[in-house]
Structures are given as C-alpha cells and as structure tokens.
Design a protein around this ligand. Structure first.
Ligand code: PRP
Length: 211
C-alpha cells in the first residue's frame, strides 16, 4: 500500500483557511486542532499527512518529493520555486506584491525619475530583480528579513518590494504603493514525479476540494 499522501502546509496565515477548506470539503482534520509542538498531522483518517512548515520550506519539501503536495503563497513560488507544478489557485490568502515608497514620491516627483540607482529593500530578492529588469532599471537590493517598511523610513532604501494586504502597515509608516507588481493568493503545488506516481490520489483530492 502507498504511504499517505503528504502535504506541506505553510504555517501561519494560510493554515487556518486551508484547514477550513479541508473540513468544508469533508476531510477530517481532528489532529490539527490539538497541535502542541507536533509537526506531522495525520488527517482524512490517516490517508493524508500534513506537515506544518515555513513557506520557503514548503517549496523545498515539494521539490525534493518528500511531500507530494504543498500549499503556499504565489509570492513564495515566484521567489523560490523552480521545479514544481502549480495546480490550483485556492482563492484565499489574497494580497498583492507591490513596489512602495515614501509618500514624497506621490505627485510631481516620480519614483522612476532621476539618474542615480535606486536602493530597494526586500525579502523578495528575485521578484524585485525581475520586476526592475523588466523596466530596464539598474537597482541595488538590500535584503531585509522582517518589517521591511523600516528601511525607507530610516533612509536605508528608496523603496521596498513587499506584500501589501490591507495597506495599513504602509499607511501607518508614511509609505504608499507606487505600483502593483502582481496579485498573490494561496496555491496548491505538486511535486513533478508525484503528479505521475500519485496521480489518482491527487486527482481525487482536488475533486473533493470545494475550491
Ligand atoms: C506582511 C508584509 C507587510 C504586511 C502587510 O508582513 O511584509 O509588512 O504583512 O500587511 P497590510 O497591508 O495588511 O498592513 P507579515 O505580517 O506577514 O509579517 P512578516 O514581516 O513576518 O512577513
């Protein structure tokens, strides 16, 4: 008999909505409601195993085939994903990737004007590089891991590339969106080999999910 289908699930923001989707689709998720410090959860009466991991690790586990499926934001796929299938947009976790800067850039002075290379703070280095490459703009990237909004406030960067959900963080820190780079939402991803080897299990699960 096959081992249970393994799903790497991004812990935090996407976790609750994924469990709600599973339960609304009739998949039993009892073990996840009493997590403690456990990291592996049998659901669907043992037919599926869910691992709760960080978003970038979801990609790693799926690409290595340790997990057959993953649930992760489009931002992580764009930043870290290489060899995987993106098989469904789950429709939740909606936000956008945006270039933002100090509000002084609104009005007469455009962010894109000027001759000196802009400094961009971000934890999404690849997304930022691709975005500015498309605009044929040379920029310098400063990698920041948390509260990237601080960088332009302190003068470390001219702008940031980051996730914007409600816009509250930007607003409360005197920043605003200069341009939306792309919409983001939670995606179901699959390991390339698993899509062949576990095709019927994966297809059954997708059919069951009320997406
Ligand atoms: C994200 C993002 C922004 C904030 C935007 O951070 O980096 O800081 O959410 O949300 P808003 O538009 O609704 O204000 P998150 O809270 O996920 O924490 P992180 O910095 O640890 O990624």
């Amino acid at each position: 008999m096959n081992r249970p289908l393994r799903i790497a699930l991004t812990k935090g923001r996407l976790e609750e909505k994924t469990i709600a989707l599973f339960e609304n689709s009739g998949i039993e998720c009892e073990s996840i409601h009493d997590k403690g410090r456990k990291l592996v959860f049998p659901i669907d009466n043992g037919k599926i195993e869910v691992m709760l991991v960080k978003s970038s690790d979801v990609i790693t586990y799926v690409e290595h085939g340790t997990c057959d499926l993953g649930i992760v934001g489009k931002d992580s796929i764009m930043e870290h994903g290489k060899h995987l299938y993106e098989i469904a947009d789950l429709g939740f976790g909606k936000c956008r990737m945006a270039l933002a800067a100090h509000s002084k850039y609104n009005g007469e002075v455009s962010f894109f004007d000027g001759y000196s290379n802009k400094v961009i703070a971000t934890k999404f280095e690849k997304i930022a590089r691709d975005y500015f490459a498309q605009k044929q703009m040379d920029i310098e990237i400063v990698k920041i891991e948390g509260s990237v909004e601080l960088a332009p406030i302190l003068g470390l960067a001219d702008g940031i590339v980051d996730i914007v959900e409600t816009g509250t963080t930007l607003k409360e820190n005197g920043l605003e969106v200069i341009e939306t780079i792309c919409p983001i939402s939670a995606r179901l991803i699959a390991n390339i080999a698993s899509m062949k080897l576990r095709k019927s299990d994966i297809t059954d699960l997708i059919k069951k999910l009320k997406i």
